[in-house]
Design a protein around this ligand. Sequence first.
Ligand code: AHR
Length: 634
Amino acid sequence: VDINVKSKGGNKTSIIPYGLMHEDINNAGDGGIYAELIRNRAFQGSNLYPVSLSGWSPVNGAGLSIKHLTVPLSKALTASMNVAVDSMGSKAVGFSNDGFWGMDVQRQRYTGSFYVRGSYKGAFTASLQSAITDESYGSVTVESNAKKNEWVRHKFTLVPKKDAPSSNNTFAITFDPAGVSGGSLDFNLISLFPPTYKGRENGLRVDLAEAFAALDPKFLRFPGGNALEGPDLANPWRWNETIGPLKDRPGRPGVWNYQTSDGLGLVEYLHWCDDMNLEPITVLAIHSGLALDGAYIKESDLGPWVEDALNEIEFVRGATSTPYGNLRASLGYPKPWNLKYVEVGNEDWLAGRPAGFDSYLTYRFEAFTTAIKKKYPDIQVIASPSVFDGMTIPAPAAGDYHPYRQPDNFFNEFHLLDHLSKDNLTLVGEFASVHPNGGIDWAGNLHPFPWWIGGVGEAIFMISTERNGDRILGTTYAPMLRNMNRWQWSACMIEFEADIKKTTLSTSYHVFKLISTHTITHTLPTTPTSNSSSLFFVAGMDEDSGGLVWKGANYNTTNHEATPVSVKFEGLRKDATAELTLLTSSAGPFGFNDPSKGNNVVVTTTKTLSAGKNGAFEFSMPELSVAVLDTDVS
Ligand code: AHR
């Protein structure tokens, strides 16, 4: 295919072309990117997931039980763990936690704390050890300040003397039973953090955050996804229950079959944005049609929800003279965040009830958008459906499109986004290849892992978003994380376990990264325009560097022939070179990166090309491949 890239024309693209999407699914938050190592650290529970001692075990015969004391640690954390030590002699007793199915122990600084209530004279020992051999990797003595009728916080740091060979480890707190008066001590909010991304207190797990940062993302869409909606009307994600000291966060029943701690709350999301230089795209919890049990708020009852949305926005970006800006300042953050994008609900086109479905655009979205625009005219409001869901999104609002597709669908629908009018600004807040070609979509299972042909399909879709980058606000894959010890959704960008050596970057990760890290700020017209048989492409310029870029995906499923490609950038100086990065699979269309094998089927080939006599860069794209050609004009 001979491609000529013009030096003029085209259009400006979005300034936030690629981003991240986060919700607590697959333990992506707790036990995932939220770096806390202790599972069930504060005995949070709900009607759906009752309070339990899950994660905790006695050490040397201590009696562990859940108590709802008349003086709990806080209004939010009403349950705690009682550790009974009656008649235990002098051997140290206590409790251990096995983490989120293991604990990564390395020679680095861990920061911990716990609250204790009860009378104890002596010292506590906080330690990290092997769950198999009991070998201690490190411990620290924490002098007791415990008091009979008061919850007292104890803090410590712990540096193991060696790296553990595996993540099959526990954290324990032990103490001398002889020093306890009253037969027992009560504990709560027992926390342990390894070093975090950019050193943030209560921050992010380093390897996962670094893998995200390497995608050169420009926005973060949070906190859902379905996780935003909550399982029922009583349990949406409530921004104001996710802020402030951890002891004031009750947590909530998530929608993905587990209780969440809300340790990764609104401010932590904003810090995440700060630390990766991302635009926050806050999704507002409004039960705007899709409560996951089918319930929704009627028009007459919507007022407080709209008010709550305005309060959340004021908390994030209001001046300290406003009530919620002041609340933010009182928590230690006087400087407002610059929130420019707000989405109203999630996938409200999916609402189960006809009345709820209709009501999203007839009154719900309007109620929110009118109130938000009146107070914050500069905010880009985003509706949770898109024009592709059979709904008309009233400009200047954007829509949100979530294609979870078969790879062939992305091939067949390459021109779909070309039909967006200038009034159809659209965020792709979630997308992925999740079903096998010829499969039965949602009636069948999700694909077990992202797989190569799925990734090439995703590349075609990403190319189609870039071609329409004046109307596509941004694009992000979902779900991004999957803890292999407890998950609900199988095709995810990164699989991980407690053991950071087992973090697996999927085929989709490699495809996304290649495309997202070669920025186009302005598209350039091409002849042919694209989609010549199996080859799909987009070309453009990065106006900041002056670089000219061509991105292509070859989706040839009919034979094993490679496609010869020639790309000529009009006006490029004759001696310019270009770097070609080509991704292929070493394991065919169905190859995938298997976390149990630690393999990588994605073969990356990089070459520096010089233009031929005709001024074109020539190369060949195998049957299923993705390539980026980036010129060196700087
Ligand atoms: O990404 C997983 C789920 O898919 C999201 O929670 C929801 O928005 C979508 O249906």
